[in-house]
Design a binder for this molecule. Structure first.
Ligand SMILES: Cc1ncc(C[n+]2csc(CCOP(=O)(O)OP(=O)(O)O)c2C)c(N)n1
Ligand SMILES: [Mg+2]
Length: 1005
């Protein structure tokens, strides 16, 4: 049976041009295979076949205009039931089984226990304790007879009944200030606590010794002791029992270490035999190779560190998107689901950063049960308490619970257990709830007697509770984060939890064990020197087997290889698959696509106008037809697909949604319908540049974190790129990201109507500061194609650790054919676009980039025809790349004064060319000024310094003085200044073009 393939609903467009016919008569096609590509003035989109079959007739050709319902082709044997493959098999997608919420004993028992603890207090608020008692007894009876689930159900019913009746219910964001997991339900650590304690002591010692030693060399070197001292147990329990390394059988858990706890990781690696004493001695002395970096920097220690975390807030949000990206890879069938976990360590002070908590609701929404946060609540940040007047743990519990996380508080250590058990009236818990963090901090700084007085002393009953304890006993009442049993129980529970991310909120003491020199005092954070007495105290505090003399010499302690400690430590890591952290890559490169994928962009578009953004989107569409590249492309868009004409991707490759699509989209009939699917490829991030950038970084480092090379293309308003998320871009450089950042709607005068906050005239300057970022400002589609293809080759085939920033514009114009031999120049940063060899005796070198190159081209014509000034027109695709080359050559020449001077690429291009240089761009002048030092020629730059404003492109270019008229007039004036021309030509031009000489410089307007 023959079936017609017609143009479906294409939204608001009518009479749209066919730019590609992708099938021919006789082709056997499947459902959704593209038939033709349509292009409006804003976007291009493929029309998929609604069914499978053989093409028997094609009814259109390139250049035809079609509308909804137009006949495109005819199919034979069309039958939707006889499809060769459906979408899921095409994407190799295995549906994940519905994960059941773990309604296990643990949860039920927690409830049971909590309820037991909520026995009525004799207080003023309770006017009828007997009645209260009866209620509680009834509840207990239900728990006992029908089980906790039933009790839970009844409670929920009662609570919603109460809400309906308009009662003001207690705030349930937080739970009492005690551990979430009751003692009876703690899973016990299988580890040998004695040995682990010793290992932890040695790590603590070596970490501190390393910092102190570095500062003996120079106090400039800095470092932190107090942070790791507070977190040692949190790390050690993970290292000994939970974190599985990457090896050939397993992808590995990913651990985001808190940046300034790095000394502890080095100290452990030293015991493991991975770092030498010599290396520890070179902590923070990295200039000569072999030193250890201050913080986790993969750029500086590429075989060790995986994640740059020390710029606070970046680690947590990058990790959330990492966990999401891991699920994305699994759901797209690119990676096996091995139950890998992402662990993230952050400081309580770090949670002040908007980035730290900014994406926690996304983590819950995406059901990231592969994600575990550990917040080390040592109650202090750099200057003092995090929440002196409140309780950071409770605050965080409220935020995370509110966002839908599984929250595990680890507040009190085992020494508190008997006291809590003996607390029949709930008074101890009440006291725990009422003390604020400022007081808790002071208590740990001031000793047992102080705690007796200030904490227990408030109520006679509590004072009595500890009357048989010495001050030292009271001092030993430990915090949960220092108790390996409690930490183990929490981690174990976190590992089991399904359906939502987990946060372990652990209470610790900053500078734990440092005594007077730095335990729980406001100056702990910056304590990097310990005098002899402090060191002796520290040794004694943790029983490190060093003599006084060894301590005075600040020697490291490492037991013999055959000692039980080293054997144990290595054995544990062996069981867990290897060492952590370790950075490696087993990813195979992606073969760059054949040239013909890009061929159509090398030709002139004739009369047809398009923007470079459209050209890029078409390139991506073509790349989705390349079998090597297609599955690896990760288009990332923060809610701007329609702005960039990318809505065609929605239906074509789907928007990633872990739950698929539970609704029929409003536009389901349309070609660019909003299709969400579990195997979707597009990451539609919503309005979060920080989130989108984090996704991009996850994809751009998948080659090392997941051993799969991915090609992320993140496209955004260029103004909301580097300027908004510059710190992430810097971290991406450190992490050796590989991928494309596309700054769309770029240029101060090219994005016309949007105004001051939108018009970007400086993103290239920001990009130029990142050493491994390669950036371009192309004008024509063939430039874009040459650059993009080379990016694919360098990053994804040759695995260079660079990333690309390319600006793309939304101005439509026609594109010429690629000039012969231009490729090299396009990539190096400049090439001769055109020469005006008219009759003029005077020559100039005219440079331009982005859309403003077109103003330069128009100006060249006027100069030649009206003023007899000839020009060489240079398309400068990258002032940034030219500058890099210039700097390097200049340095080489300075280092070798006796050698023949080498020429920079700019000099080589210009050496046989005459006349001054006029450089004009849509960016601030410092963009083009970058190459001034690398040429002897007089140099004049025109640019868009100043705040943008909304208006038409024409008016904006006039305002910023980068339109063809200003280029002509300023060029004539420059020639007068160079005494190559009389000044009257310039004056005439100023008059002719109504250039107001009294107008203030745009930066002042
Ligand atoms: C974005 C950013 N701002 C400031 C700093 C400097 N800084 C380093 S550590 C620190 C205090 C950290 O406190 P917290 O997060 O509580 O960690 P702790 O050391 O207490 O574990 C500050 C302000 C930084 N590293 N990054
Ligand atoms: Mg802190």
């Amino acid at each position: 049976m023959a079936q017609n393939i017609t143009v479906p609903d294409i939204g608001d467009f009518d009479s749209v041009e066919i730019i590609e016919v992708l099938v021919k008569v006789g082709d056997q096609i499947n459902t959704d295979d593209p038939i033709v590509t349509l292009e409006s003035d804003k976007s291009s989109v493929e029309v998929p076949s609604p069914t499978s079959g053989k093409i028997i007739e094609i009814n259109v050709k390139i250049g035809d205009k079609v509308s909804k319902g137009s006949l495109l082709a005819k199919l034979e044997n069309a039958s939707s039931g006889a499809e060769l493959k459906n979408e899921d098999t095409k994407n190799n997608f295995v549906p994940e089984k519905e994960k059941k919420q773990d309604k296990n004993l643990l949860t039920d028992n927690i409830i049971q226990n909590k309820i037991k603890k909520l026995l009525p207090l004799s207080s003023k608020e309770d006017v009828d304790p007997l009645e209260t008692r009866e209620w509680i007894d009834s509840l207990n009876a239900v728990i006992e007879n029908d089980g906790p689930s039933r009790a839970s159900f009844i409670l929920n019913k009662v609570v919603s009944e109460a809400y309906t009746a308009g009662l003001v219910l207690p705030d349930t964001r937080t739970t009492p200030y005690i551990n979430t997991i009751p003692t009876e339900l703690e899973i016990k650590s299988p580890g040998d606590q004695n040995i682990e304690k010793k290992i932890r002591a040695y790590i603590r010692w070596n970490a501190a010794a390393m910092v102190v030693k570095a500062n003996k060399i120079s106090s400039e070197l800095g470092g932190h002791i107090g942070t790791f001292a507070s977190a040692a147990t949190l790390y050690d329990v993970g290292m000994n029992h939970f974190w599985r390394a990457k090896n050939k059988n397993f992808g590995g858990d990913l651990i985001y270490f808190q940046g300034h706890s790095a000394p502890g990781m080095y100290a452990r690696a030293f015991l493991e035999g991975r770092l030498s004493e010599k290396q520890l001695n070179r902590f923070r002395q990295e200039v000569d190779s072999g030193g250890l970096s201050s913080y986790p920097h993969p750029w500086l220690m590429p075989k060790f560190w995986q994640f740059p975390t020390v710029s606070m807030g970046l680690g947590p949000i990058m990790a959330i998107y990492q966990a999401r990206f891991l699920k994305y890879l699994i759901n797209r069938g690119l990676l096996k689901d091995e139950g890998r976990k992402i662990w993230v360590f952050l400081g309580d002070g770090e949670t002040d950063e908007p980035e730290s908590l900014g994406a926690i609701s996304l983590a819950a929404r995406e059901k990231l049960d592969n994600l575990i946060f550990v917040v080390n609540c040592n109650l202090q940040r750099l200057d003092g308490p995090v929440r002196g007047n409140g309780k950071i743990i409770q605050e965080l519990e409220g935020s995370f619970r509110g966002a839908g996380w599984n929250v595990l508080k680890v507040i009190w250590g085992s020494y508190w257990d008997p006291l809590l058990r003996a607390d029949k009236t709930g008074l101890l818990m009440k006291r725990m709830n009422e003390v604020v963090d400022g007081e808790y901090q002071a208590m740990k700084a001031k000793g047992g007697a102080y705690v007796r007085e200030k904490f227990f002393g408030k109520y006679p009953e509590l004072k009595e509770l500890v009357s048989s304890m010495t001050d030292n006993d009271i001092w030993k009442l430990n915090r949960g984060g220092h108790d390996p049993h409690k930490v183990y129980a929490a981690y174990h529970s976190a590992m089991q939890h399904q359906g939502s991310p987990t946060v372990v909120i652990a209470k610790t003491v900053k500078g734990y064990g440092m005594g007077k020199s730095g335990e729980s005092i406001n100056t702990t954070h910056q304590q990097k020197k310990l005098d002899e007495q402090d060191l002796l105290y520290y040794r004694d505090r943790f029983n490190v087997p060093l003599t006084d003399k060894q301590v005075k010499n600040i020697e490291y302690y490492k037991p013999a290889e055959n000692s039980e400690e080293i054997k144990y430590l290595k054995e544990r890591r062996k069981k867990l698959g290897g060492f952590i952290p370790e950075r490696s890559s087993l990813a195979t490169p992606i073969k760059a696509p054949p040239k013909d994928i890009f061929e159509s962009f090398m030709k002139s578009t004739g009369e047809k106008e398009m923007s470079t953004t459209m050209a890029l989107v078409r390139m991506l569409t073509n790349l989705l037809r390349d079998k090597n590249v297609a599955p690896r492309l990760v288009p990332i868009i923060p809610d701007e697909a329609r702005t960039f004409g990318m809505e065609g991707f929605f239906r074509k490759i789907g928007i990633y949604a872990h739950e698929g699509q539970k609704y029929e989209p409003e536009d389901s009939e349309q070609l660019s319908s909003y299709k969400e699917t579990k195997s979707g490829q597009v990451l539609e991030e919503g309005i979060t540049e920080a989130g989108a950038m984090s996704s991009w970084i996850a994809a751009a480092t998948a080659y090392t974190n997941h051993d799969i090379e991915m090609i992320p293309v993140y496209i955004f308003y260029s103004m909301f790129g580097f300027q908004r998320v510059g710190d992430f871009a810097w971290a991406a450089g450190d992490a050796q990201a590989r991928g494309f950042l596309i700054g769309a709607t770029a240029g101060r005068t090219t994005l016309a109507g949007e105004g001051l906050q939108h018009q970007d005239g400086h993103s290239h300057i920001l990009a130029s500061m990142i050493p491994n970022c390669v950036s371009y400002d192309p004008t024509f589609s063939y430039e874009m194609a040459v650059i993009f293809r080379e990016g694919l080759r360098r990053m994804h085939e040759k695995n260079e650790n660079i990333f690309y920033y390319i600006t793309a514009m939304n101005e439509n114009y026609s594109h010429p054919e690629k000039p012969e031999g231009a490729d090299e120049g396009i990539l190096r940063g400049m090439y001769l676009f055109k020469e005006y060899r008219n009759k003029g005796k005077i020559k100039i070198q005219l440079m331009g980039s982005g859309t403003i190159l077109r103003e330069a081209i128009a100006a060249a014509k006027i100069l030649s025809e009206e003023y007899g000034v000839d020009s060489d027109i240079w398309s400068v695709t990258s002032f940034n790349e030219l500058r890099k080359d210039g700097m390097e050559i200049e340095r080489k020449n300075l280092l070798n004064p006796n050698n023949k001077k080498e020429k920079s690429y700019v000099e080589k291009c210009l050496e046989k060319r005459d006349g001054p240089i006029i450089a004009v761009t849509d960016y601030v002048r410092s963009f083009s000024d970058q190459i001034r030092p690398y040429t002897d020629k007089p140099f004049y730059s025109l640019g868009t310094d100043g705040f943008g404003r909304s208006d038409t492109r024409k008016n904006l270019r006039k305002f910023f003085e980068v339109d063809k008229e200003h280029i002509v007039a300023y060029t004539l004036s420059a020639l007068a200044k160079e005494q190559l021309l009389g000044s009257d030509s310039a004056e005439k031009a100023f008059k002719k073009y109504n250039i107001d000489k009294k107008k203030a410089f745009p930066t002042k307007l």
